[in-house]
Write a protein that binds this ligand. Structure first.
Ligand code: IDP
Length: 143
């Protein structure tokens, strides 16, 4: 299995609950390496652009309100099968459906405020990484 990169967000609810370290610990314990990271308070324009595919959905305004309600951590995770494995660690979109032991089962309050984002495919991962990070900001491990 090839080494892959995926894009991840610790959303405003989880940052507000001081869960950045706990969530990063799950990534690292699963063998995913954080190769880029920063804290950002998204503008409405940034949040709308990031979630453009959902712009016609009824929850779009609430999603943008939530994603701009406080700072987020954005990160690039690297590892074997990283896209799928990160989705597994996250759990289902609705925490009520998320398997026990997943981030959303443990840390999310609702489908609206669900703690983390993770790319759903290699193509979206590449697009989402480029939305937030330049090539120079990504730091492959040298040891
Ligand atoms: P994902 O984050 O698990 O990939 P998506 O379907 O891509 O899920 O939706 C993006 C985000 O939009 C979700 O994480 C959630 O915050 C929000 N969302 C999705 N579906 C609903 C819904 O039915 N009601 C409210 N918010 C939703």
């Amino acid at each position: 299995m090839a080494i892959e990169r995926t894009f991840s967000i610790v959303k405003p609810d989880a940052v507000a609950k001081n869960l950045i370290g706990a969530i990063y610990q799950r990534f690292e314990a699963a063998g995913l390496k954080i190769v880029a990271a920063k804290m950002v308070h998204l503008s409405r324009e940034q949040a709308e652009g990031f979630y453009a595919e959902h712009s016609e959905r009824p929850f779009f305004k609430a999603l943008v309100d939530f994603m701009t309600s406080g700072p987020v951590m954005v990160q690039v995770l690297e590892g074997e099968d990283a896209v799928r494995r990160n989705r597994e660690i996250m759990g289902a979109t609705n925490p009520a459906d998320a398997l026990a032991g997943t981030l959303r089962a443990d840390y999310a309050d609702s489908i609206d405020e669900n703690a983390v984002h993770g790319s759903d495919a290699a193509a979206s991962a590449a697009r989402e990484i480029a939305y937030f990070f330049s090539d120079e900001e990504i730091c492959p491990r040298t040891r």
